[in-house]
Design a protein around this ligand. Sequence first.
Ligand SMILES: [Zn+2]
Ligand SMILES: [Zn+2]
Length: 457
Amino acid sequence: MELVNLTRRTEIGSNSYWLKIGGKNLILDAGLHPKLEGLAATPDFSLVPAGKVDAIFVTHAHQDHVGGLPVLTRREPQARVFMTEPTARIADVMLHNSVNVMVRQREDDGITEYPLFTHRGVDFCAQAWAPRPVGKRYNLLGEPSQDDSEITFEFHDAGHILGSAGLLIRYKGRTIFYTGDVNFENQTIMRGASFPESGVDVLIMETTRGDSPVPPGFSRADEEDRLARGIRRAFERGGSVTIPVFALGKTQELLAMLWKMRIRGLLAHVPIYIGGLSTKITGIYDAFAASSIRSHPERRLLPEMAPDVRSGHESNTISPRKKCIFALSSGMMTEHTLSNIFCRKVLGDENQSLFFVGYSDPDSPAGRIRRAETGQQVRLDQETSPLTLRCHIEEFQFSAHASRETLRNYALLLKPSKVVLVHGDKPAIDWFQLALFKELRGTEVIIPEPGRPVNLG
Ligand SMILES: [Zn+2]
Ligand SMILES: [Zn+2]
């Protein structure tokens, strides 16, 4: 049994791992790097022999896990692609959106390798998708199987975003569990992961939050109250609140939080604006409300919150009036996105508020704003001049990823013979390596170097 890390660097990037087991080639995730451009953003699929992959597994529909799938299926059209049904629905929307973004980047930024795939390429790719539910065991043909002499897989709810799943692979008495992105605690909509609690030999684990501890006394409920107070104070100052959010996951969690605030009497009925992609994805959350494991399954976010929908080219038609909430993507305020363009109207106005509710890469426009002091100049994109930061800024913590403490405890519970650390920047991986070395003496901790095969026994 062997694992090859197909990402190009040890970091949170274009997740993809090649697992060789029982004479079969399996690929776990096929992401695209959110910060890199062109072919450099894809995993190094050239390491995998073309036409020889038996199955591809997609843990969830975030770009860094599914964004490179059409590129991989072009090389491996024979491979069945397994994922949950909600992931398939969301991935279809995300990948078609990605084509539009790449076509625009080709025109605007001259990236001639773009688009890496076309709308037709996404449709071709989707023909190989075989959605399977969580909690049931299948062989690589996608047939139900309890036969331990053949490779079987089973998805387990990961609590990260709608459709997210960890992947349990069994073969001849050996078990490998890949967490994908996970959250063990309840968010506002998503319920915490329901992962196997024993019988795992090899654990392949995400490490996103390894570089930061949970602040003492932190609770999500308190954080939701703090957000409600923040919004009320912003309205009292006579302005609106702009919240850059990812279209997938954070937008829906935020809408659910706003709904909860409303029914608890903490927030009045105020206009809420979201983007077109966010709306499509929220519609999928609503479609699976009753059939997915989540809190408030009776609630439908779109009819309940009735957000006003604006697409990117309509960004000039909205302005930060009084007492509105603008929950706009992208979360990191990437150039040319709705949140980036809209923020030009917000940044220099001391009556306006800008709230951050998730992670921002330090090099992203959102990261630059978060680092800046009031009165400093901030550059939002390459084309326009910097703006002076005058608006009110607050930061909140609503991560969709497990805290490092809960992930460490999960590894301690399983006591696997090997732990493979993935999906983390260097300081995050270093923390886990040390923590597990100290507390799991019998376990080999592996950091898979890109392109180097690792023996899993
Ligand atoms: Zn994710
Ligand atoms: Zn991820």
